[in-house]
Design a protein around this ligand. Structure first.
Ligand code: BES
Ligand code: ZN
Ligand code: ZN
Length: 488
């Protein structure tokens, strides 16, 4: 699949997608004629296609964008996604997508939305099918205003690297746990680092032990697959002392341990490294785009399995920070690995702010469903920046409260902390547990248990299975405001 900016028409491509506002006159007279019929009005998400005989069978695919005043990148993204899937159904090998000017989207934003909608909608994970339905298409964004082509080309290059990051995350999560385990996740990170231009250092058991990461090691103890601490560094701004720390939960499989999950809850737990996949995808996009920021990402990768050596409910363990933890449930393992990963990134990598990304609680899924990531934070300004970034991407986030009463719920009678706070407010107490280790740094905790994996497609360009969330938002959050004026 390739996407480029190039003027094409039906003499050079097999199909042309034409986005149409319902209440704005389209320059093509025939489009206006069709809008006057009952076949197609240009309503949001409406798709209409017809065939033309121009040296072979060709297709015009009209897609509705709704009202011009209400235009948004999200509407454009999903409309393009829908139309692109129609082109796939028609087995189109060369596809033009007409650039369309929108009230609330700049030229760069338009090109980005077109690329995101088409590439993300065409994503499939079919490498394990012996009979694959192969589909490949060359896409051309046509009719970009002449004077805007240079800027649009730049933006297309940027967004392609971001989409590559999303696809990296989707692929890593979709791979099963017999293929992606700590060692292979680490080697994937190394090869992605080589391709994208970031440094990767991998620590084995001995080094992890010598760092005192007892909470992390304890979770991985029951598995034959040995834990790895994966450290990724991209220093894009040597003049700045600021470093954003990204910590991704990297449970390559979560059986629950002795607090064993029932099969229905366990079967998708290859996705419990969704946070790790997201931070790898994000740092890759940042590095490829040579963004002027410093970022360090850390993944404490291990598997939560059962054996004679596994940890048990009731165990009391220590952590790199020295805080002791009463383990009441071995299925609340993510926060134990994150506690040490956060301590490591703050103390050893000297990051100035922390974002942890984790498939942490089923409660997040119950509270917010599969479309919205739950957030816990100690910093209003940092949260505000996250929301600003998310307005660009269409990914949703919602902050939960972090009042002191909730913090009391994870204090233990016999140790400093306990790893579960009871049945109530499960997403908050899990987040606040991680917050105990951030040492006052501005911090965002993103619980992606609901959003990184979906049982049904939640939008036109998010497919079933791994979604790659929240790579796109993390990219813009770390990069900072683009300065092109606010747009949706
Ligand atoms: N990996 C799970 C959380 C999860 C659940 C992710 C569903 C994706 C979909 C996590 O390790 C877990 O098992 N959490 C427990 C915590 C509980 C024991 C306090 C949960 O949510 O039930
Ligand atoms: Zn668990
Ligand atoms: Zn887990």
């Amino acid at each position: 699949m390739n996407i480029d900016i190039k003027n094409v028409d039906l003499s050079t491509v097999e199909a042309m997608i034409i986005p149409v506002y319902q209440d704005k006159v389209n320059n093509c007279e025939w489009v206006e004629k069709i809008k006057k019929s009952n076949a197609f009005k240009g309503k949001e998400g409406e798709v209409f296609y017809f065939t033309k005989e121009e040296g072979g069978l060709k297709y015009e695919i009209l897609v509705g964008l709704g009202e011009y005043e209400k235009s948004s990148a999200e509407i454009l993204r999903s409309s393009i996604a829908k139309a692109t899937k129609k082109a796939k159904e028609l087995k189109v090998k060369t596809l033009g997508i007409q650039f369309t000017e929108s009230k609330n989207i700049c030229v760069g934003g338009t090109v980005k939305a077109i690329a995101e909608g088409s590439r993300l909608a065409l994503y499939t994970f079919n490498k394990y099918k012996s009979k694959k339905e192969e589909y490949d298409v060359d896409i051309f964004i046509s009719k970009v205003p002449e004077e805007k082509i240079a800027k649009a080309t730049e933006r297309l290059e940027e967004v392609n690297n971001i989409i590559d990051g999303v696809i990296i995350a989707r692929n890593l999560v979709n791979e099963p746990a017999n293929v992606i385990y700590p060692e292979t996740l680490a080697s994937e990170a190394e090869s992605i680092g080589k391709d994208s231009g970031f440094e990767v250092e991998v620590f084995g058991e001995d080094k992890i032990k010598s760092l005192g990461m007892e909470a992390f090691l304890t979770v991985g103890m029951g598995s034959d697959k040995k834990p790895k601490l994966i450290v990724m560094r991209y220093m894009g701004d040597k003049d700045s002392e600021e470093i954003t720390g990204l910590v991704g939960k990297g449970l390559t499989y979560d059986t629950g341990g002795y607090s064993l999950k029932p099969n229905d809850s366990m079967k998708d737990m290859k996705s419990d490294m969704g946070g790790a996949a997201a931070v790898i995808g994000t740092i890759s996009a940042l590095a490829k785009n040579k963004v002027k920021q410093n970022v360090i990402a850390v993944v404490a990768a291990c598997e939560n399995a059962i054996s004679g050596g596994s940890y048990k409910p009731g165990d009391i363990i220590s952590s790199m920070a020295g805080k002791t933890i009463e383990v009441l449930n071995t299925d609340a393992e993510g926060r134990l690995t994150l506690a040490d990963a956060v301590t490591y990134i703050v103390r050893k990598e000297k990051v100035t702010k922390v974002i942890d990304v984790a498939t942490l609680t089923g409660a997040a899924l119950i509270a917010l469903g599969e479309t919205t990531t739950a957030v816990v934070s100690n910093n209003d300004e940092f949260y505000g920046k996250l929301i600003k970034a998310s307005e660009k991407t269409g990914e949703h986030f919602w902050r939960l409260p972090g009042y002191d009463e909730y913090k009391k719920m994870i204090k233990s009678d016999i140790a400093d902390l306990k790893n579960v706070g009871g049945r109530l407010a499960g997403t908050i107490t899990a987040g606040l547990f991680v917050g105990e280790f951030v040492e006052e740094k501005p911090w965002l905790h993103l619980d992606i248990a609901g959003t990184s994996w979906t049982s049904t497609p939640v939008s036109e360009y998010v497919v079933k299975g791994a979604t790659g969330a929240p790579v796109r938002t993390l990219y813009y959050l770390v990069k900072g405001p683009c300065g092109c004026g606010s747009h949706k």
